[in-house]
Design a protein around this ligand. Structure first.
Ligand code: FDA
Length: 444
């Protein structure tokens, strides 16, 4: 029987985007572990939160939150170590020792990154997995909550509902998504048209910076607080927790989903809806799911379990300025589109086939979507739109993908990055560049 794809289930994709696997030598991590135990005053509890490839739990810890199953393949480069702190104070030594040993850190909260940037990299790296830091405290009287980054949005909704039946939070739809990555990239769900994004409703945050200092909104200052609400947390530090503004759940929320195939006239419906959806009452959340796109190109076998999800904007999204936070896609945008394809075969050839097909679909859609730039949403991570140069992140190179995610806000993000992490310690394939670091390396 054919499996019905669902955006809330792990993506059945096994493409190998990295061609070499990382050879792990014990030297790579011995120095790091020694450094950690020195930094932690020989605290023996450190050994309980560090997993090396020799540890029997290493693979299960690595794989348990990976959503895109193509990155569980053996050829995906693996971390030298995984560290799973149980206390915030254990994070500072991790940053210090990674710097000392020339390793990159990949911070993982819920593991939903579409390109696996929180747990895979070609360079020597350590995963800092926050899944043990998942405390949530709700203050219903003041309509606020503190939520640690390792929590999922499902846990957050559950804790809010335990305390109040009338309060909620406007974040994503799938319960397993982690608040660390989701809020720092924007985060939208069924309350989008009523209250905007999750990041629009954050009022404070706690972050460990590149020097190991724990900062809150006041001490990190407004520029950095602005940057981590939509600019992607991974470029700026380790976000420990968010303070969020809870919202009143509307008495009636109408979730209206049109789930159509081509035979059911899906394209016609979408063409009509795209121009009127944003004018609808903001309590209405509309999702349009299309299977089998209207072009004989797209009746190929790869399209069997493919879908496009259209989430119309409007309502509150029209009112918020496009520079209020780094997420710039506000008034004038009709809807967001997500292109998805699912498959189960593990062979690389099969992955290539499906990936090629979705690339064709993406190109096919070009005349119908935003242009100059063709905009993108950082939480729908896509390395096809551009990546940084390896080890030498230049502004010009990063601008190619940065402008698509952030439009005019990209420059401000670069400014903040240069100020708070000049040496570009927090980096990945799509991290915000530090001008200082680039100038330094290129003798400017
Ligand atoms: P993950 O842990 O992989 O982190 C994602 C990125 O954020 C990485 O770069 C990581 O290093 C960084 N990061 C994570 N925690 C950090 C921290 N504490 N400090 C600094 N950096 C940190 N989106 C949406 O808007 N609405 C939706 O309804 C959904 N639904 C959805 C369903 C499913 C099944 C998937 C796979 C994805 C979504 N998404 C989504 C996209 C989702 O919002 C996006 O993938 C988020 O980045 C996921 O955050 P996680 O913490 O789970 O990912």
């Amino acid at each position: 029987m054919m499996k019905t794809p669902s955006i809330c289930s792990p993506l059945f994709a096994l493409l190998v985007i990295f061609s070499c696997s990382w050879a792990v030598s014990s030297d790579g991590y011995d120095d790091f572990i020694q450094c950690m135990s020195l930094q932690s005053n020989n605290d023996s509890s450190i050994s309980n939160v560090v997993y090396t490839p020799n540890n029997t739990s290493y693979s299960s810890i690595l794989n348990f939150s990976i959503q895109n199953l193509r990155f569980t393949s053996e050829t995906t480069p693996k971390p030298l170590l995984i560290v799973t702190p149980v206390q915030e104070s254990q994070i500072q030594p991790i940053i210090y020792c990674a710097k000392e040993n020339g390793m990159q850190i990949r911070v993982r909260s819920g593991g939903h990154d579409y390109e696996g940037l929180s747990y895979a990299s070609e360079v020597p790296f350590v995963i800092l997995d926050l899944f043990n830091l998942r405390e949530i405290s709700v203050d219903a009287d003041n309509k606020t909550a503190w939520v640690q980054s390792g929590s999922t949005i499902g846990e957050l909704y559950y804790r809010i509902s335990e305390t109040s039946q009338t309060l909620g939070f406007p974040a994503g739809v799938c319960p397993t998504v982690g608040v660390g990555g989701h809020f720092s990239g924007g985060g939208y769900g069924a309350l989008l048209r009523k209250y905007g994004l999750a990041a629009d409703n954050i009022i404070d945050a706690r972050l460990v910076d590149v020097n190991g200092r724990i900062l809150d909104r006041k001490s990190m200052r407004e520029d950095l607080f602005w940057a981590i609400r939509g600019g992607g947390g991974a470029s700026f530090g380790v976000i420990l927790a968010w303070k969020i503004q809870l919202v009143d759940v509307p008495e009636q929320v109408t979730v209206f989903t049109i789930n159509k195939t081509l035979d059911q006239n899906a394209t016609n419906i979408v063409h009509r809806w795209q121009y009127i959806a944003h004018k609808f009452n903001e309590d209405l959340f509309i999702g349009v799911y299309i299977r089998r796109v209207n072009s004989k190109l797209f009746f190929e076998e790869e399209a069997e379990e493919a879908e496009m999800i259209l989430s119309p904007y409007g309502g509150r999204m029209e009112e918020i300025s496009d520079s209020a936070i780094p997420f710039p896609h506000r008034a004038g945008n009709l809807y967001k589109i997500q292109h998805l394809v699912y498959w189960e075969q593990e062979e690389i050839e099969a992955s290539d086939k499906y990936i090629n097909w979705i690339r064709k679909l993406y190109s096919y859609m070009a005349p119908y979507v935003s242009r100059f730039p063709r905009a993108a949403y950082i939480n729908y991570r896509d390395l096809d739109i551009g990546v940084n140069n390896k080890g030498n992140t230049s502004y010009a190179q990063a601008n190619i993908w940065g402008i698509k995610y952030f439009k005019n806000n990209f420059n401000r993000l670069v400014h903040v990055k240069t100020k708070v992490d000049p040496a570009n310690f927090f980096q990945n394939e799509q991290s915000i560049p530090s001008l200082y670091s680039w100038w330094n390396k290129n003798g400017k």
